[in-house]
Design a protein around this ligand. Structure first.
Ligand code: SAM
Length: 193
């Protein structure tokens, strides 16, 4: 009983690449209606459901309203790209660093392939910049893009900061869409470059 079918994309990616574990701190950009959030809450044990495992933290942000979900700190009606929103996330973190940044953010599509690609890449860079500034060494970054001419540069930029970078197309992602996910594993840390 996930809030949206998009949950299966994250489940499939997680199953294959083993990203989410109990105790992790997760920041999710573009979280509404909250299906990925449901997956994350369960996987990092942020409720906590299992008292014997480490308790994680899940923070979700979206332009749209997000209905409350036990185990998650949700910020609806907020633009992730604004410094004010990012400060609110840092306030919740209280000095803790992030283990996983997830971005399923997508702009409202205009139908112009180039424009839409350009907009989603801008969102992706915003999520990446935040991840680089606030993640733990070894952290994970997973981000949705719509493929286009700027994808290659984005992936190249990610490779400077993550030891392993992969392009992922989960089975639940429609094969006729240009949607794909870029996964960065094992963040070097900003000082280690
Ligand atoms: N992962 C979500 C789930 O499983 O429920 C679905 C996310 S949906 C595909 C993309 C979301 O990105 C939309 O809800 C949209 O409002 C959000 N979004 C787009 N631009 C945003 C921005 N600048 N800040 C925050 N959220 C944004």
């Amino acid at each position: 009983q996930y809030r949206a079918r998009s949950a299966f994309k994250l489940c499939e990616i997680d199953e294959r690449y083993k990203l989410l574990h109990p105790g992790q701190v997760v920041v999710e950009c573009g979280a509404s209606p909250g299906a990925w959030t449901q997956v994350a809450v369960e996987a990092v044990n942020s409720l906590p459901k299992d008292e014997k495992q480490n308790q994680g933290l899940v923070i979700g942000v979206d332009l749209l309203t997000i209905h409350p979900l036990p185990g998650a700190t949700l910020m609806g009606g907020r633009d992730f790209t604004l410094p004010k929103t990012q400060q609110l996330i840092l306030d919740v973190l209280q000095g803790r660093k992030i283990d996983v940044v997830l971005s399923d953010m997508a702009p409202n599509a205009t139908g112009s392939k180039y424009l839409d690609h350009d907009s989603i890449i801008t969102l992706a860079y915003s999520a990446l910049r935040f991840a680089l500034q606030h993640s733990n060494k070894g952290a994970i970054f997973l981000c949705k893009i719509w493929d286009g001419q700027k994808s290659e540069q984005f992936i190249k930029d990610m490779r400077r900061f993550y030891n392993i970078v992969k392009e992922v197309k989960p089975p639940a992602s429609r094969s006729d869409s240009t949607e794909k996910f870029v996964l960065g594993k094992n963040f070097y840390g900003l000082d280690e470059r």
